[in-house]
Design a protein around this ligand. Structure first.
Ligand code: PHE
Length: 432
């Protein structure tokens, strides 16, 4: 039987904005990834070759120096961070004023500055290495929530992760006394490979605390007051970014807000989710020195918005240092439409294997990215069947394509050979 629907189609929806929207996450693949099954000690000469590329083994982020050894620990079963992700840590695309993500960040800053001059504190250089407590517990993510799994999150060790969302900084900023803030940063999630998924992307978190005096005068209760203010603020932001668009609110679930809603905009014939938000759970305010107040929070995905605003067709392009990409954008200019400079054909290679219980598509994608890096455009399940003995075979089609140049047959065959070499040992599957 041919499985036409990708098992991870739903991850695509869950990934973009509402990481923790549980209604959607219930659809996520629930295969549990035990750290042990992704043994890096089996790491072959191939990954050593990858490491010897001329990449810095030290990066700067969040005001600290991070060395490769701090983040990538091949022999530690509680660590699942690959080199390819470590190298992204110091890049901070959102801090480049002439990069689409930086241009968008600055435009959102301007919106808040125009509406509330001097009110919002802005942070865009907080370290992406955070505790499990900050990333999950402080924002009330239940202990058994799917987003905590090794299959979904990059763990440096069992207590420390690469932040999966900018909500990881909410509690800390509240404790520091902030009441109006915007936190922009790179966030990290293990995921599938296609034009809209990349293990690193960027979010902006917004947070605003209200004191009782602010809602008392309105005659509304605090929650209704905050919700109304949140909607007005974000509808205003959507209009500023997209022009006079139609918007709608959709109910959802996040552990840290109640009610929780998503904003969708009608764009090019479709409703598009642009952000998740809601009224902050009172426990977060109480636990962090703000009992008796009410607050709202939102989190928006910058790539998602920028792909639409700048007509950028593939998420890998954000990471391109090719001048034909970078030179098309100018600081302060939101409306520029990207003109594709190449249409090199993709090359497809299939790989089939008998899977084991611990197999997950995210782990396969990690191996492929480790070898092919940004040349991997898509990994797609194209066939799956179970034989009479109960063994299940999967066939994945890998699309290799460079955004910048033609790839040679030799180069692709070599990449595919390395994938075939590493997959059995790393994923405990048997090639067919
Ligand atoms: N942290 C959520 C996500 O990554 C977004 C969000 C932020 C939702 C703040 C509500 C409030 O999907």
């Amino acid at each position: 039987m041919v499985l036409l629907l990708r098992a991870s189609t739903c991850t695509l929806i869950a990934r973009h904005v509402p990481l923790l929207s549980s209604a959607r996450l219930q659809h996520r693949r629930s295969l549990f990834f035990a750290a042990k099954t992704f043994s890096r000690s089996a790491s072959s000469a191939a990954s050593k070759r990858a490491r010897s590329h001329v990449h810095a083994s030290i990066v700067q982020a969040g005001g600290i120096t991070i060395s490769r050894e701090d983040v990538v620990k091949e022999d530690d079963p509680t660590n699942n961070v690959p080199d390819s992700v470590f190298w992204k840590l110091g890049l901070q695309l959102h801090r480049r004023d002439d990069h689409p993500l930086g241009i968008l960040k600055n435009e959102i800053y301007k919106f808040f500055e125009d509406k509330f001059p001097g009110k919002y504190q802005k942070f865009d250089d907080l370290s992406p290495i955070v505790s499990v407590t900050s990333n999950f517990d402080d924002v009330l993510v239940p202990p058994d929530h799917v987003s905590r799994r090794y299959n979904d999150t990059y763990y440096i060790n069992s207590d420390t992760v690469l932040r999966t969302h900018t909500s990881a900084h909410q509690a800390q900023k509240l404790r520091e006394g902030c009441t109006h803030f915007l936190v922009t940063g790179d966030v990290y999630r293990r995921d599938s490979i296609d034009a809209t998924h990349y293990p690193v992307f960027h979010q902006m978190e917004g947070f605003r605390v209200f004191s009782p005096a602010e809602w008392d005068a309105s005659g509304m209760d605090g929650t209704s007051f905050a919700l109304q203010d949140l909607k007005e603020t974000l509808e205003g932001l959507a209009k500023r970014l997209f022009g006079d668009v139609e918007t709608r609110w959709v109910d959802t679930y996040f552990p840290f807000t109640n009610p929780s809603i998503e904003l969708e905009i009608f764009f090019q014939g479709n409703w598009l989710e642009v952000l998740g938000c809601g009224v902050t759970e009172p426990a977060i305010l109480e636990n962090n020195g703000r009992a008796g107040t009410v607050a709202w929070a939102f989190g928006l995905g910058l790539e998602r918005l920028a792909m639409v605003l700048f007509d950028i067709p593939d998420i890998r392009l954000f990471w391109s240092s090719d001048l034909r990409f970078t030179s098309q954008f100018k600081a302060g200019q939101l409306g520029i439409k990207f003109k594709p400079f190449s249409k090199f054909p993709p090359c497809y290679k299939d790989i089939s294997f008998w899977i084991s219980d611990s197999f997950t598509e995210n782990n396969l994608c990690e191996v492929v990215r480790g070898i092919a890096g940004d040349l991997a455009e898509e990994v797609k399940l194209i066939d799956s069947f179970t034989n009479k003995k109960g063994m299940t075979s999967n066939c994945f089609r890998i699309a290799y394509r460079s955004m910048e140049r033609s790839l040679t047959d030799d180069e692709i065959n070599n990449l595919q050979a390395r994938v075939r070499e590493e997959v059995p040992g790393k994923l405990q599957v048997t090639l067919r």
